[in-house]
Design a protein around this ligand. Structure first.
Ligand SMILES: [Zn+2]
Ligand SMILES: [Zn+2]
Length: 241
């Protein structure tokens, strides 16, 4: 209930306060033309296992043979972009829901470029912890997945649940410790949508992947539940080592 109230309060605030560009604070739109241009084109896509450049973000031939958990990784923004960080902060940390259609539009564009829409995968968001939802008033990945579902007509199903809290926040850890930290955090929930996900495959939705630890852990859980085709779409991917 508190979450709903927080979210309603924030949404009301978004629409009552006149917009100005979230990056340069000028103009009368949430993202001005100059800052939109400064965001640049979507990044080059990489193989989701070895991270080498790879067309449409598909697994390369070598990694396909290694049976990597993710088949494809799509990202929409360059992680290093200063304007992107401002967009993300306003959306995620300050809950500016007016940002969401803009972020979703770019995700949809990238899905079309990657040829993913035709596959009709089930959208499954990477759930955020209850503590974070209480703090922010919403689950940012669930909201993105809902926006994507609305724009594309793809089905959104909450197939993953958080089963415990992280011992440490991911952003302060190395890649290896991130993997250990993400392990055992997510579980596939019983759902009548599982069968359709087994048939059509899953497209995981998350905001930012600062390593692949979380996405890989979720993909492995889904594969254990009989879903063989798992791909992912994120706003941005940071190739941290
Ligand atoms: Zn601007
Ligand atoms: Zn590869």
């Amino acid at each position: 209930m508190r979450t709903l109230l927080l979210s309603a309060k924030q949404t009301a605030f978004d629409y009552l306060s006149p917009p100005c560009c979230v990056a340069c604070k000028r103009g009368s739109v949430w993202l001005c033309r100059a800052c939109n241009l400064a965001l640049g084109d979507p990044p080059e896509l990489v193989c989701p296992a070895c991270l080498h450049d790879q067309e449409r973000g598909l697994l390369c031939a070598r990694c396909t043979a290694l049976n990597a958990p993710l088949e494809q990784l799509i990202s929409a923004y360059t992680y290093e972009s200063r304007v992107f960080h401002k967009l993300l902060a306003r959306y995620k940390e300050r809950g500016l829901q007016a940002m969401r259609p803009l972020l979703v539009r770019r995700l949809v564009q990238q899905l079309c470029v990657a040829g993913l829409e035709q596959r009709k995968p089930v959208l499954v968001h990477v759930p955020c912890s209850r503590a974070r939802i209480r703090q922010r008033g919403f689950d940012q990945a669930a909201a993105l997945a809902a926006g994507l579902a609305k724009q594309t007509g793809l089905k959104h199903a909450a197939l993953l649940g958080r089963i415990k809290s992280r011992s440490k926040p991911q952003k302060n850890l190395t890649v290896l410790t991130r993997r250990a930290n993400a392990k055992g955090l997510y579980a596939v929930l019983p759902s009548e949508d599982l069968q359709i996900a087994r048939l059509r495959g899953v497209l995981l939705v998350d905001d930012v992947a600062t390593s692949l630890a979380t996405l890989e852990t979720c993909a492995m859980q889904l594969r254990r539940a009989g879903i063989r085709d798992v791909r992912a779409v994120v706003l941005a991917y940071a190739a941290l080592t």
